[in-house]
Design a protein around this ligand. Structure first.
Ligand SMILES: Cc1cc2nc3c(=O)[nH]c(=O)nc-3n(C[C@H](O)[C@H](O)[C@H](O)COP(=O)(O)OP(=O)(O)OC[C@H]3O[C@@H](n4cnc5c(N)ncnc54)[C@H](O)[C@@H]3O)c2cc1C
Length: 376
């Protein structure tokens, strides 16, 4: 069985590693990505706030651990889901099984004025460039804002607002600064009332102004214009850009309403032997690495059962999210989506012990996927 995995992010790395561990030479696993290496989403915040260097958080695909996986660094230009064939800059590739794990593309240019007047912190380049901008920021009005839905890692804007506050405090700039957070959600983490209350309390304690149910539609010099026409002045704008499925996925006819619909139990698309996992799907979980990883595990189980016999469990939509509260403290929420009931999850922490837990979360994956010791 030849398995072609498009995208070596959270989903693609987990799938390739699990298949190689379980099936060895019984499966030929080809993993394709256009990038030089993988960067955790949370590492973007670490680099942005000067807690890690760009080089430290890049896990190069040249160092991939699973010995049987063939990695091809190239860009996928076209996908034929019927023939399970892709066109790439390195030539055509085919598989018995095709797994689309290409994530969400980010479009800062889709929000008028964002590129000219503000910054975004969701792309690797955007977040890394902010390290110098934040280090040199002399204080003033900071606006952290979402520009459209859906967006990856719903806690990240809240974490960013708290970390900006920490940075201003450490540099003695609080007296001359404000921090505002503009979010489309009514509460910071809808499935977790306890996490939402704790975050709202943390915002109130720090004087971070919270703008729920709102989005920034455009930027002009020094002011952000919200969807309802109101304006927020800023000296520094940190935005979450527009997310879209990669054009190559849309052009292949795989999407409906912008994302790839899949069977939520199996992650199968409507094409035979074509699966999709992670941010590129509309499976019903938030767009986050832990969910992409859980979906990859379910696809892996099905392919292992196909090769070896046996049955595979259905996807349950479970994931654990870590939340940075600032001051070196991290909270943790366990949530299960897709159970047929409204998802709920209680907040554990925040605490320094859970910050160590989050470090272990990253270290475990780097050990498994890249075969080396690493601490974020
Ligand atoms: C600031 C921030 C903080 C975050 N924190 C967390 C967190 O704490 N926990 C968490 O679980 N999630 C977090 N996330 C979200 C997480 O990063 C993503 O949800 C996750 O990476 C999605 O996994 P994926 O496999 O679907 O896609 P990705 O990991 O995005 O992988 C997709 C891959 O496809 C490749 N690709 C795309 N198009 C092509 C093409 N045409 N040809 C070849 N390759 C291509 C890309 O290079 C990429 O490597 C965070 C995100 C951000 C921005």
């Amino acid at each position: 069985m030849r398995v072609l995995i498009l995208g070596a992010g959270f989903g693609g790395l987990e799938l390739a590693t699990t298949l190689d561990e379980a099936l060895g030479s019984e499966a030929e696993v080809v993993l394709i990505d256009k990038s030089e290496g993988f960067v955790f989403g949370f590492s973007k915040l670490d680099v942005m706030f000067g807690r890690a260097s760009a080089d430290h958080v890049l896990h190069r695909y040249a160092d991939l651990a699973p010995p049987g996986v063939t990695f091809v660094q190239t860009t996928v230009r076209a996908i034929d889901p019927v023939a399970r064939r892709v066109e790439t800059d390195a030539g055509p590739l085919e598989g018995d099984v095709l797994v689309v794990a290409l994530g969400a593309d980010l479009h800062p240019g889709a929000t008028p004025g964002l590129v000219e007047h503000g910054h975004e912190f969701y792309t690797v380049d955007g977040a890394f460039a902010l390290c110098d901008v934040l280090a040199e920021f002399p204080g003033g009005n900071v606006v952290v804002a979402v520009t459209s839905t859906p967006f990856k890692c719903p806690p990240a804007p809240s974490e960013t607002a708290l970390l900006v506050h920490d940075l201003l405090a450490s540099r003695g700039l609080l007296d001359t600064s404000t921090v505002s957070l503009v979010m489309p959600l009514g509460v910071p983490i809808p499935p977790s009332p306890s996490a939402s209350s704790a975050l709202l309390a943390a915002f109130a304690e720090r004087g971070i102004s919270w703008h729920p149910g709102a989005m920034v539609r455009s930027l002009e010099a020094g002011k952000a214009v919200l969807a309802d026409g109101s304006e927020l002045p800023f000296d520094l704008f940190l935005g979450v850009p527009v997310h879209r499925a990669p054009a190559v996925v849309v052009d292949a006819g795989l999407t409906e309403d912008g994302w790839i619909p899949v069977d939520p139990a199996t992650l199968r698309t409507r094409y035979e032997d074509v699966y999709a996992v992670g941010d590129v799907t509309s499976v019903g979980t938030p767009k986050a690495g832990v969910f992409a990883e859980g979906q990859a595990a379910v696809v892996a189980e099905q392919l292992i059962a196909r090769a070896r016999g046996g049955t595979a469990a259905s996807y349950d939509g479970h994931g654990t999210c870590y939340l940075e509260f600032g001051g070196g403290e991290v909270g943790k929420v366990d949530v299960t989506f897709l159970s047929g009931q409204a998802p709920t999850g209680a907040l554990e922490g925040p605490s320094r012990d859970l910050a160590a837990d989050k470090v272990a979360f990253g270290a475990d994956r780097v050990r498994r996927w890249f075969g080396r010791e690493w601490a974020p």
